[in-house]
Design a protein around this ligand. Structure first.
Ligand code: KG4
Ligand code: ZN
Length: 364
C-alpha cells in the first residue's frame, strides 16, 4: 500500500451534492485538496422540507460536473486517485443510488477500489481530519435527521450512548420556525429571532432532564411552543422573539444535562485518557447559543470542545473521502461492486432501533 493515499469522495445522501479529493500522509495527517458542495436549498425551500424525488434528480444533474471540479481543484485526474469512496447510507434512497452507482462506475472503469461509506461515519471521523484527534472521543451529532451521542472508539468501532426518541433537534428547530411563520430552514431563523427575545418569558419543558439514560426527546417542546403561541394570538414580532429565545434556552438546558451525563460516563469508562474531547457535528452545530453552552460545559468538565469548521460540520464529501482513507489506511477491505445502498444504516449495529426516531428519512 502507498504511504501517501489520495481518494475521491462522493456524497449524495440528502440535499447536498458533493465531491472532494482528500489525501492522507503516512503520519495520518489529512489534507483536503479539492472540496465542492452544491446545496439544493432553493429547490426545496418552497416545499418547507426536502422532497426526495427533486433531490435525486438534482444529484443526477450536478454530480458529474462536481466530480470534475473537485478533481481539477486538486490538480488530479481519476487515474491519479488511489480509491473511490461514496456514501451508501443512511439517507434518501434515490440520492444514495445516484452517488453509489457513479462511484461504482468510476471504480470499475478505472480499476480502483471502492469504499461504500456510512454517512454517519463520515461525521464521526471528521475531527481526526480537521484536528488530528486520537481515539477514543465523544461525538454529538445534531442535524435535521439525527440527534445522537456516540462513543468513537476507533475506525468502525462505535457505540451509540444516546439518541432521540422522537424528533431530531434540527427538526424541532424547523417545526418551531414553521409554526411561528419563520422561513425554512428553521434553525438559522429561530436563532436570529431569538437574539432580541427574552429567554425567561416562557418556561418550556426540558424532556428527560435528570434521567440516567442518555437519550433525547424534543417533540414535547414543539407542542409547548405551539400552545404558547396559540395562547397569545395574534403573536407580535416580540412574542416570536421571546418564544424563540425561550425555546433555545430549554434546548440548552436539556443538552447541558444530557451531555453532562455523557461526559461523566466517558470519564468513568476511560479514566486514563488525559485530554478527553467532545466533538460536535451536524447543521445545528452552527447555533451560537448551543455552541456556547457546550463550550461552557466542556470547560467545566475539563473536556476539550472540538467544533470543526461549519462547512465540515454540515454535509460534505471531504468527510466521506476521509472515512474511506481511514478504512483504507487501517487495512480494511474495499467493498464489492455489488454493494447496495441502505436507507437505514445505524453506525452502531448493536444499538436497538428507537421507535419513532429518524422519521425524516434516517438522515444526518
Ligand atoms: O447537517 P445538516 O445541514 O443537514 C441535514 O440534516 O439535512 O442540518 C440541517 C439542520 C436543519 O434542521 C437546520 O434547521 C439546522 O440544521 N440548523 C440550525 C442552525 N443552522 C442550521 N439549527 C439551529 N441553529 C442554527 N443556526
Ligand atoms: Zn449529515
Amino acid at each position: 500500500m502507498s504511504s501517501h493515499l489520495t481518494i475521491l469522495g462522493i456524497e449524495t445522501s440528502c440535499d447536498e451534492t458533493a465531491a472532494a479529493v482528500v489525501a492522507r500522509d503516512e503520519a495520518g495527517r489529512g489534507t483536503i485538496l479539492g472540496d465542492v458542495v452544491l446545496s439544493q436549498l432553493e429547490e426545496h425551500s418552497a416545499y418547507g422540507g426536502v422532497v426526495p424525488e427533486i433531490a435525486a434528480r438534482a444529484h443526477v444533474e450536478a454530480l458529474d460536473e462536481l466530480i470534475g471540479q473537485a478533481l481539477s481543484r486538486a490538480g488530479k485526474t481519476l487515474d491519479e486517485v488511489d480509491a473511490i469512496a461514496a456514501t451508501s447510507g443512511p439517507g434518501l434512497i434515490g440520492g444514495l443510488i445516484v452517488g453509489l452507482m457513479t462511484g461504482k462506475a468510476i471504480a470499475r472503469a478505472k480499476s480502483k477500489p471502492l469504499y461504500a461509506v456510512n454517512h454517519l461515519e463520515g461525521h464521526a471521523l471528521t475531527a481526526r481530519l480537521t484536528d488530528g484527534l486520537s481515539f477514543p472521543y465523544l461525538m454529538l451529532l445534531v442535524s435535521g435527521g439525527h440527534t445522537q451521542l456516540v462513543l468513537i472508539r476507533g475506525v468502525g468501532d462505535y457505540e451509540r450512548w444516546g439518541t432521540t426518541i422522537d424528533d431530531a433537534l434540527g427538526e424541532a428547530f424547523d417545526k418551531t420556525a414553521k409554526l411561528l411563520g419563520l422561513p425554512y430552514p428553521g434553525g438559522p431563523a429561530v436563532e436570529r429571532a431569538a437574539m432580541t427575545g427574552d429567554p425567561d418569558r416562557f418556561t418550556f419543558p426540558r424532556p428527560l432532564v435528570g434521567e440516567k439514560r442518555l437519550d433525547f426527546s424534543f417533540s414535547g417542546l414543539k407542542t409547548a411552543v405551539r400552545q404558547a403561541a396559540q395562547s397569545i394570538e395574534p403573536v407580535s414580532e416580540q412574542d416570536i422573539a421571546d418564544i424563540c429565545a425561550s425555546f433555545q434556552k430549554a434546548v440548552s438546558r436539556t443538552l447541558k444535562d444530557r451531555i453532562g451525563r455523557g461526559l461523566e460516563r466517558f470519564r468513568q469508562a476511560f479514566p486514563d485518557v488525559a485530554e478527553p474531547a467532545l466533538v460536535v457535528a451536524g447543521g445545528v452545530a452552527a447555533n451560537r447559543v448551543l455552541r456556547a453552552t457546550l463550550q461552557e460545559l466542556c470547560d467545566h468538565n475539563r473536556f476539550r470542545f472540538v467544533a470543526p469548521p461549519l462547512a465540515l460540520c454540515t454535509d460534505n464529501a471531504a468527510m466521506i473521502a476521509w472515512a474511506g482513507l481511514e478504512r483504507m489506511a487501517c487495512g480494511l477491505s474495499p467493498d464489492d461492486l455489488s454493494v447496495a445502498p441502505r436507507a437505514r444504516w445505524p453506525l452502531d449495529a448493536e444499538a436497538a432501533a428507537m421507535l419513532g426516531s429518524g422519521k425524516r428519512g434516517a438522515k444526518a
